[in-house]
Design a protein around this ligand. Structure first.
Ligand code: DQA
Length: 145
């Protein structure tokens, strides 16, 4: 069972980007934690990051043909702006879980609205890197996987 992890824009800067909000772990450290947890759950994961909306859309569209069984996505700022990523998630049959490191409901008003959440299976927000691990656990228990 392979899960595709998609990290959106600016998440390549984790560790030095607003550490008081996003924590001190780098993206490669977070990916290592995700990969170790996935192994415990008998999943394999592929972790990707892009700053580009169209690339993320291509990854979503191609995910089934690439034999992924589910997707965990942190759309980052595209969460609040991208109808195109929302439509891509709605267009595919794979289950998608949205995650955020920070609690977007407790931040600025413009972060309260997620355009993507409604077309995802669910959202996990506010637990730092642990948000990704909770999403893996959710996949473990989803009847479709
Ligand atoms: C984020 C929250 C977004 O509002 C923000 O634009 C990000 C990161 C998070 O993981 O907390 O870049 O998705």
């Amino acid at each position: 069972m392979e899960i595709l992890i998609i990290h959106g824009p600016n998440l390549n800067l984790l560790g030095r980007r607003e550490p008081e909000v996003y924590g001190s772990l780098s993206l490669s450290e977070i990916n290592a934690i995700i990969t170790a947890e996935a192994e415990q759950l008998n999943f394999t994961v592929e972790c990707r990051q892009s700053n580009h909306e169209g690339i993320i859309i291509d990854w979503l569209q191609d995910s089934a043909a690439e034999n992924f069984s589910g997707i965990i996505i942190n759309p980052a700022a595209f969460t609040h702006t991208s109808v195109a990523i929302r439509d891509a998630i709605a267009a595919i049959d794979l289950p998608v879980i949205e995650v955020h490191l920070s609690n977007i409901s407790g931040r600025e008003d413009f972060r309260h609205k997620s355009l993507t959440a409604a077309v995802c299976r669910g959202t996990i927000s506010g637990f730092g890197a642990t948000s990704y691990l909770v999403a893996l656990t959710a996949f473990k228990h989803l009847p479709t996987i």
